[in-house]
Every structure is written in C-alpha cells, then in structure tokens.
Ligand binder design. Structure first.
Ligand SMILES: Cc1cc2nc3c(=O)[nH]c(=O)nc-3n(C[C@H](O)[C@H](O)[C@H](O)COP(=O)(O)OP(=O)(O)OC[C@H]3O[C@@H](n4cnc5c(N)ncnc54)[C@H](O)[C@@H]3O)c2cc1C
Length: 394
C-alpha cells in the first residue's frame, strides 16, 4: 500500500518509519529544503520516550539528550522555588521511561536517518503539498510545482497551519493564543548556577513565564519566554529581539537575565491553539500531530502527542485493510486524550501567568505542602499523561 505524508516534522517522520516497518511504501513531502535547525529544544516525557523505543531510536539519541533531575517552579522575580517535581526519579521508577530534553534538530536528524534505512520509502525536501483530490480507489496529492502523486492514503502531518486541514474542514478555527514565545539557545559554560544546569526551570510571573532547559548533554541552555501580548507580524533582527525580550523580562531574577543576555540568536514565535476539531479525516486523508490538535506548549506535550499519534495510526493501519474504518477509529481513540491535554496545557499557562500575587502564593503554598505530605500525589495526578502505553489502546 502507498502512503503519502505531507510534512517531515516529528509526526510525519515517526509515522513514516513505523509504516515503512509494517511494509507500507511511504513517500514524505517536506516543504523546507532541509531539516529545521532553528535552534530550539523540546522536552520528551516518558510517554514519548516509549515511542522512541518503538521507533528504535532511543539508544541512538542518547549522546544528544539531557535528563533533568527536577522540574522546579521558580518565582520569576525572587527566584524562590515554589514547587519541585523530582522528574528523573518519578519517570524512571513510576512512569516507565526517561524524561529528557533534546535539540529538535537532533531528534529530527535521528528520525530521518532511521526512515532512510527503508529503501522502499522516500523523503522529498523542498516539496510543498497544496491540495488533494479524492478518487474512488486512491487519493492524489497536488504539489506546489504542479506535480500530482497518487497514493492509497494521505497523512497530513503538516503542522499548525495545515493545508490539508484547511481542505478537510474549512471551518476549523485556529486562534492566536494571545501569547508569543521568545526562543533561543545560550552556551551553558557561561552560566554558573547549578540549579539551572541540573534541572528544568519554569520561571513564573504575571502575564508571562519562561522555561530554561539544558540540551546537548549539558553544553547548551534552551530558553523559552512566553509573553502575553497581541499578535505582531514584525520579524525583527536577533539583536532587536534580544532587546525586546530583555524589556519583557525587566526586573526578573538575575540568573534569567544572564541567560537572556547570553542567547546566541533569539526568535519570536506566535503561539496558536484551537478547540478540539470534530473531524480529522476525509475519506482516505487523515491529520496527525499539530495539524490535528494544536495546543499551547505549557504541558510540553505537542511533540509527544505527535509521537503517540504516529504509533497508534500505524498500528491501526497495519491491523486492518479497511482504511476508512481505521482512520475513524484513530480519531475516536485519540480525541479524548489529546483534547484533555490541549485544555490542561491552556490551564497551566493561565496558572503560570496569574497576576494576583497573593492568590498565586497561596495556591503554590498548598501545592508545595501537598507535595511534601503526599509525595505520591503528583505522580498519581499525572499517571494518565506520562505512564500512558499506546500498545494497549489499539
Ligand atoms: C515554544 C514552544 C515550545 C515547545 N516545547 C515542546 C516540548 O518541550 N515538548 C513537546 O512535546 N512539544 C513542544 N512543543 C510543541 C511541538 O513543537 C509541536 O507540537 C511539534 O513540533 C508538532 O510536530 P508536527 O510534526 O505535528 O508539526 P511540525 O513540527 O510543525 O512539522 C510540520 C512539518 O510540515 C511541514 N509542512 C508544513 N506545510 C507543509 C506543506 N504544505 N507541504 C509539505 N510540508 C509542509 C513543515 O515544514 C514542518 O516540517 C513546543 C512548541 C512551542 C511553540
């Protein structure tokens, strides 16, 4: 069976590998001329790690990852720790896998190398899919250069602004979340703070928060600063962006400012989200990853959910020759979980940005107390996200 995939991101490459392994002939079309190396990092939680094991890349990626000891929630101004989650211990002992940080480029390169092992599968860079046509027995992908390619199934793994979703479901609303992200990397050798160098930190404050994570086995710091502001189209040079980011985080803790001053280049990234979509498929066409369930990044689950999608979809397609039925089962299987994660991510973002400092302090004080009195509570509260096993769901 021929599978066409639009988008060579985390969702598209993972689905490509798993379907190739099942004997499908896969063709991936990626709009960019090469893998995205914008210098950003992602956190992969144990539920995502389990899919990397399934993909056979968990060991290959080891030299590029960093496993934080804890996730600390830190007051953005005073630096005081409000809440700590011993994520390394919980993940390895309770959630069945590693919790780690990785540079997106390293993850994508590892996935691409794996896909290329399958001689029957192909990836074409610099090819943008603009439209599809359903036929009785097949589906035709139409590329921007005018070429038409026929397949038995088309997977839309083309991200937040998915062209395929726009065709499937023209009423699907995508909204600016009211926040944008500053993203950049700093050389970790310039930072002399053990707390930052061993842990993932979430720095919270009114209407904004920042996340610092360590990448590349300890040599880089990944900075993400999420700021509540209206959408702006201007791009700005890296040094303009740095000045604007420093202005946004003016008065924040000196460690964070040191990181901001050390960023090599800094990009502005508008964040979009959506309510759960009622439909992910149209005949022989299906959406996965951000194309199916865009979310704000405050649970660090977008890429991980894309990995879960790839595993579940490929399993369903491998088990039955009734494509339409498999695609409909895929939506039913995934909708509830991804919708819950979309809304939890939104709630986290709102909580991190609370403006009322008294309310915020009381809330985190109780959360801190609970985490001390009942240390298992955090593990249990997040079991459904992190201990999830895809193989028991299909
Ligand atoms: C600030 C920030 C921090 C984040 N941190 C985390 C984190 O720590 N952990 C986590 O799990 N997630 C995180 N995410 C979310 C994560 O980045 C996304 O959920 C993930 O990249 C989705 O993968 P995808 O493959 O579905 O889409 P994408 O990564 O967007 O990939 C889509 C691909 O399709 C290509 N494409 C688009 N249109 C076309 C077309 N017409 N034809 C052909 N190709 C096309 C694109 O070039 C791209 O390569 C974060 C997001 C943001 C904004």
């Amino acid at each position: 069976m021929n599978v066409l995939i639009s988008g060579g991101g985390i969702a598209g490459l993972s689905a490509g590998i798993l379907l190739s392994r099942e004997g499908f002939k896969v063709t991936v079309f990626e709009r960019s001329s090469a893998l995205d190396d914008l210098g950003t990092g992602v956190q992969i939680s144990p539920n995502g790690y389990k899919i990397l094991q399934l993909l056979g890349v968990d060991k290959k990626i080891v030299p590029d990852i960093f496993e934080p000891e804890n996730i600390h929630l830190r007051d953005g101004f005073s630096g005081k720790i409000k809440l700590s989650v011993p994520v390394k211990k919980l993940s390895r002992n309770g959630w069945g896998g590693k919790y780690f940080n990785v540079k997106r480029f390293d993850l994508l390169s590892t996935l691409l190398d794996e896909l290329r092992k399958y001689k029957s599968s192909k990836i074409h860079f610099g090819k943008s899919l603009i439209q599809y046509e359903q036929r009785k027995k097949n589906v035709i992908a139409i590329l921007e250069d005018g070429s038409k390619i026929s397949g038995d199934i088309l997977i839309g793994a083309d991200g937040v602004f998915s062209k395929i979703r726009q065709q499937i479901f023209s009423k699907a609303e995508l909204n600016y979340s009211g926040n944008f992200a500053w993203r950049g990397l700093a050389d970790a050798s310039k930072i002399n703070c053990p707390l930052i160098l061993k842990n993932n930190l979430i720095w919270i404050g009114p209407k904004k928060h920042a996340v610092t994570t360590i990448l590349k086995n300890g040599s880089l710091i990944n900075f993400v600063g999420i700021v509540e502001k209206p959408a702006e189209n201007k791009k700005g040079t890296s040094s303009d962006n740095q000045l604007s980011a420093l202005e946004d985080f003016k008065g924040w803790h000196k460690d964070l400012i040191t990181i901001l001053n050390s960023l090599k280049s800094i990009h502005r990234w508008p964040i979009y989200s959506a309510r759960p979509f009622k439909k992910w498929s149209d005949g022989k066409v299906i959406l996965i990853g951000d194309a199916a369930h865009p979310m704000v990044p405050s649970m660090a689950q977008g890429a991980v959910q894309a990995l879960e999608d790839a595993a579940i979809l490929s399993n369903l397609l491998a088990k039955s020759s009734d494509v339409t039925r498999s695609l409909s089962t895929f939506h039913k299987t995934r909708l509830n979980r991804t919708s819950r994660i979309q809304s939890l991510s939104k709630r986290n973002l709102q909580t991190f940005h609370l403006s009322n400092s008294i309310f915020r302090n009381v809330m985190y004080f109780f959360a801190f107390l609970l985490s001390k009195i009942m240390p298992n509570l955090i593990r249990k509260r997040f079991d459904w996200v992190y201990a999830y096993e895809t193989n028991s769901k299909t």
